[in-house]
Design a protein around this ligand. Sequence first.
Ligand code: NAP
Length: 490
Amino acid sequence: MTSKTAPRVAIIGGGFSGIAAAQRLMKYGIEDFILFEQSDALGGTWLDNSYPGAEVDTPSHIYSFSFNRNDWTRTHCARDELLAYLQRTGDALNLGPRLRLRTGVRSAAWDAATHQWTLTLGSGETAVFDAVITAVGFLNVPNYPKWAEGTGFGGAIIHSARWPKGYDLTGKRVGVVGTGSTAVQIVTEAAKVAIHLTVFQREPNWVLRKGNRPYTPAERQRYRSWLGHKLLRLKHFIDYERERAGGRNQMAGTPANTKLREGALAYMRRELAGRAELIPMVTPDYPVWGKRPVYCDTYYSSIAQDNVTVAPQVVELTPDRVIDQSGTQHELDVLVLATGFKATDYLYTLSVRGTGGRELHDVWAGEPEALSGVAVPGFPNFFMMYGPNTNSGPLVYLLESHADFAARCIRDMARSGSDTVEADPAVTQRFNAWIQARLQKTVWATSNNYFRNASGKVVTQWPFTALTYRLSSKFWRKRGMKYSKNEAAS
Ligand code: NAP
């Protein structure tokens, strides 16, 4: 392969990340790309998550692309509005001709002779590209509890991210397993329509007020304008940055963390004043931010309803009963598993072979890491969106930053007449030592959460502000990404 004057790029995944990657490639003049999406439409997590009550818990105006302004109807919009926005964004970018829907990618293999990647698709067909950007999501492979496997349970068992189209909870005896961000949204809807709802809690979450409401017509008019939209985004951005600056919110025992705890406790006591007996059970014994906090205005008022019970975690299913840790048996028509995702198993469904045929998961050996979460030594021309240690807020700003890293590398490779760009191992190691030093001081490192891998290392979180990510990733990219040319193939 000669130098890649017009590199051909594969994007794998068509959610927020894949769309951001496509936009950035086009911004830098890289027009020759294909976006593979296994579903039948764009949307990613917002296509998958159709459970009742699904809505964003980040303000709509900052949970959207910088390059596609939208007239949001609510402070925190519902799933259908977001999904429509993502699909409209795909249309606005004219992604249609570059989309391969209903096309999963099974594996990617680097060819050291041609300096190209061969993708094997779900059908067995292969396709060759100069560079690959994975945008397969971070919270997308459902986590199924062991006790739910092969039990012969007579009721329905539904994972929140696999909601059967049209499945209605009305008039049913419903169980919801989990108390995370997804569970509280389902609990809110189920409490309205179920004969009885049982919430099975393993460990309670800190619940913070979300402040969700429809925008007034005057607000919508203001935020439709270029300036009004920019100013609101800036306000939300500053709120996020203040929450993360210095890291004190995420460190146990700091005045900032204590203040968060006091605020959350006061909110809980107010909401559960009529059901005070629930308070000890739903009060976490770890600091706020030990798990990702839950933002919800309706969870406490829902569990305070007469038709709702909070029970300890499930230990066993029999054909006609759900048995919780206290030994209580529950007769249910449906058990909803809001049990989250295999968050630390990056690229779980994809096999990636880099130089020397080494498989990425073998290289990681359970400890996923990358330069700025995007590039891995030994895997040239390969980039990850939302990779290891990049999870934080505001999320879409961060996703656009990952896309920028990848697209600039591909552009610079082409401009410099090179045909490979790859992360330097020593620089990658320095980057990860830097973030891990900070991560070890956070409450994430000492609580039960989906941020830590089997050995307890925090492998999902970005520990500084979003602006620090964007600025530092430019530094690490310039310092750590090495360009070269395959002379033998020229
Ligand atoms: P999650 O935060 O991982 O929560 C999973 C819940 O299931 C936890 O309560 C967990 O208990 C419980 N659980 C897991 N395995 C279990 C088992 N084997 N037995 C019993 N209980 C079990 O998952 P999620 O609620 O789906 O949320 C994941 C992330 O998605 C959120 O943190 C957020 O970032 C994102 N999200 C965002 C929105 C949005 O509005 N934008 C909405 C939903 C989700 P433990 O706490 O004890 O582990």
